[in-house]
Ligand binder design. Structure first.
Ligand code: HAM
Length: 409
């Protein structure tokens, strides 16, 4: 006897049944529409990358989460955990030909061997919007604005979410003022990013391991209480431009936003639901040195990654689990086998005219047909009986209002 195989997907991987696809499509449609509205061009790549490109600096969580293996030719291969290194590689490959600034977007399937918690899977889709080759703060404004627009298109507003914004440059200046040398900042950022996820006593140990003395550790914690961004011209300009663009109500300054990836160099941001119920909805920032770290020419860049998992959970909780369903299309059915040809012909005619038609595959009793039409999400239905075919007319029923109109067959 064959060994019984588990029917479950591998841990952390997801199956999308039709009812899940309805949600996925709602979220992806908003991603695509917002990207297009803001002038981002789609690009894509394979989920498989060389491990060398994805291998990370020590201490970065993502580095430990990479799925990797050797292929039959002993090439060290990995499944991408994020799109950004691949984007950098693609840009570096054609750096001489490309016309900068680039505004590129994609929905990338990513894999991370995560500890599974609410909102974190081992596989997720991540919408990326990036602007490459632009120093101006307007690039940050366009990227964050596109993400806020996507959330609005999904049916959420500034009451539901806030984009927490800070600047690594600003934080670096504050650290330097406290006597903490620039070469220690990378370690400080990694430690501070863990705040809230582990006790401050452990953060303090990490900071000391990074070369800080007791006074510097105390100063670092004091800096984390900074409430004003008045001293940071870049953040002031970002908030001013967001006001003009009409999404300043979605933004708030939050010095505790650091980001776990070490390639960020300037503005960093992370979006959370206002109730604080879920993990980050999206995150990103400026990363001006990534191209050079992989061997490309110096190129400024800013972008974000917006996963599908958290936002879908948030949408279901705020809008209801049925919110993604939209009634559409015509259900066509027939009472006896003798009406089958007429039903098929009607379906073909309607499809040619651009309608979405779900044709019943078997003759049915009317009650059964209309019940099935209702649960299939059709907006209207036509049921053919012997009399209809004889007279050459039928009734098209609106499934919401139950009103009927006569149509010619
Ligand atoms: P990240 O913060 O690691 O950034 O991920 C971005 C978003 O992807 C998160 O806010 C979350 O929505 C989603 N996400 C990440 N990991 C998981 C997971 N295991 N399960 C479900 N969702 C997840 C980056 O990846 C950067 N590369 C973003 C970026 C693009 N920065 C510049 N350009």
């Amino acid at each position: 006897m064959a060994e019984k195989i588990s029917f479950e997907a591998p841990r952390g991987m997801r199956d999308f049944y039709p009812e899940d696809m309805v949600w996925r499509n709602k979220v992806f449609d908003a991603f695509r529409a917002a990207g297009e509205a803001a002038g981002f061009e789609p690009y894509d790549s394979c989920v498989v990358e060389s491990y060398e490109l994805l291998a990370r600096k020590a201490g970065e969580e993502v580095g430990e989460q990479i799925y990797h293996f050797f292929d039959k030719s002993e090439r060290h291969i990995a499944l991408r955990a994020e799109m950004t290194p691949t984007l950098a590689r693609m840009v570096a490959q054609r750096q001489a030909e490309l016309k900068f600034p680039l505004k590129w977007t994609t929905i990338a399937q990513c894999f991370r061997y995560e500890r599974m918690t609410k909102g974190r899977k081992r596989e997720h889709y991540q919408w990326n919007v990036d602007i490459i080759g632009e120093d101006s703060i307007l690039a940050e404004v366009e990227v964050i604005g596109a993400a806020c627009d996507a959330l609005r298109r999904m049916g959420l507003d500034s009451k539901d979410f806030k984009v927490h914004v800070s600047s690594r440059k600003f934080l670096g200046e504050l650290l330097e003022k406290s006597g903490i040398a620039a070469e220690k900042h990378a370690q400080v950022f990694l430690a501070l990013d863990k705040r809230g996820k582990m006790p401050d006593t452990e953060i303090a140990v990490m900071l000391k391991d990074g070369g800080l003395n007791d006074a510097e550790v105390a100063a670092t914690f004091a800096i984390m209480d900074t409430k004003s961004y008045e001293e940071c011209p870049e953040l002031k300009e970002l908030f001013r431009l967001a006001e003009i663009a009409g999404f300043a109500d979605c933004l708030m300054f939050d010095i505790s936003v650091i980001r776990g990836l070490s390639y960020y160099t300037g503005i960093v941001f992370e979006c959370f639901d206002t109730a604080g119920e879920f993990r980050a909805i999206f995150g990103g920032g400026r990363y001006d040195n990534l191209l050079t770290t992989i061997g490309g020419q110096p190129t400024s860049a800013v972008g974000l990654g917006f996963g599908d998992v958290v936002v879908t959970e948030l949408l279901k909780s705020r809008l209801g689990t049925d919110a993604a369903k939209v009634k559409k299309g015509v259900a066509v059915g027939f009472m006896f086998p003798e009406q089958r040809d007429a039903a098929l012909k009607l379906a073909a005619t309607l499809r040619k005219a651009g309608e979405k038609v779900n044709l019943s595959l078997k003759s049915q009793k009317p009650k059964k047909f209309f019940g099935a039409a209702d649960s299939s999400g059709a907006s209207s239905a036509v049921f053919l009986g012997p009399d209809d075919v004889e007279k050459g007319v039928a009734k098209l029923k609106n499934m919401e209002t139950r009103e009927e109109v006569e149509i010619k067959l």
